[in-house]
Write a protein that binds this ligand. Sequence first.
Ligand SMILES: C[S@@+](CC[C@H](N)C(=O)[O-])C[C@H]1O[C@@H](n2cnc3c(N)ncnc32)[C@H](O)[C@@H]1O
Length: 227
Amino acid sequence: MSLNIKNRLIRVADFVEGKRLADIGSDHAYLPIYLAKNNKISFAIAGEVVEGPHKSSIQNVKDNNLEELIECRKGSGLEVVELADNIDVITICGMGGKLIADILEAGKKKLENRPQLILQPNVAGNLVREKLQQLNYNIIAEDILEEDGHIYEIIVAQYGTMELTETELIFGKFLPDNQNEAFKQKYKIELEKIDYILEQLKNAKNVDDNKIISLQNQKNMIKNILG
Ligand SMILES: C[S@@+](CC[C@H](N)C(=O)[O-])C[C@H]1O[C@@H](n2cnc3c(N)ncnc32)[C@H](O)[C@@H]1O
């Protein structure tokens, strides 16, 4: 069966090094199916908390004759993973950074085997980077891409330590040094949003000076990064 997988998930798949995958929030199980079809994994858990998406992952795995290789498990976050599964790569994609960070925090005991982590926050990548640092994970690669009018970050980490500066937490450990079009576009849009808010505040009756200072600081940080 042909697979309706997005370029965003193919980019995530390119970073997968392990053979035993847990894909958390696997609504259609596209990522594990794609990896299995390309012989990149030998076992996968497709974890999903909501009944409808869980059922659709079961159906897709069945349609692709991959039931022997991919187990669809229903549950929240890393609770679907047992240490005995010997998972060596975990992917959590297509969610907000806060939710990804919360899933990692709640399931940190499941990281004892030190799996590679590949995380794709839709927003708030800073919260993911902060959590990785707290959990003794080191970012080894990052990517940023545009698809269907949205900009997505991909963060790849392995067990180890790192100490990120505030700038690296916000903009990425590697992204600012290799600015591609998606990176520039993301922060051009951010600058436009900030300018719009500052303009609105000019006409507001009760203006919070601290808010203006904070917005101007954000603006300066972005301008410095873009150079
Ligand atoms: C927007 S979809 C992204 C699906 C896929 N990972 C992708 O990147 O295209 C997010 C999925 O995560 C699931 N989800 C949200 N919170 C979850 C949690 N705590 N545990 C497992 N799945 C969760 C949602 O039900 C939804 O199916």
